[in-house]
Write a protein that binds this ligand. Structure first.
Ligand SMILES: [Zn+2]
Length: 89
């Protein structure tokens, strides 16, 4: 088992073909089927889709922030449900 990468360390991205159904991109959040397209990957299981790879570092950072904002909103909504769900009798 590998230890988690410290949150401040640089993550080296490698290029490799992706063969997967419903593979998600950790930068833009898209989910697609891939048959050998080149992905960015890292030892921490990170995946970057071909579109984000082409976008470049500055755009990748913008996309990461956008995805983080979506997840923050989803987390707030999920927490707002705690204690409010009345299941059928
Ligand atoms: Zn992407």
């Amino acid at each position: 088992m590998t230890s988690p990468t410290p949150m401040s360390d640089t993550i080296e991205i490698k290029l490799e073909p992706m063969y997967a159904i419903n593979a998600n991109c950790h930068v833009c959040g898209s989910v697609e089927n891939y048959n050998g397209e080149i992905f960015g990957t890292a030892d921490n299981d990170m995946r970057i889709c071909p579109d984000c790879l082409k976008a470049g570092t500055e755009e990748i950072d913008r996309r990461l922030e956008h995805l983080a904002q979506i997840w923050d909103a989803r987390a707030r909504w999920t927490r707002s449900l705690i204690g409010r769900l009345k299941l059928p009798d």
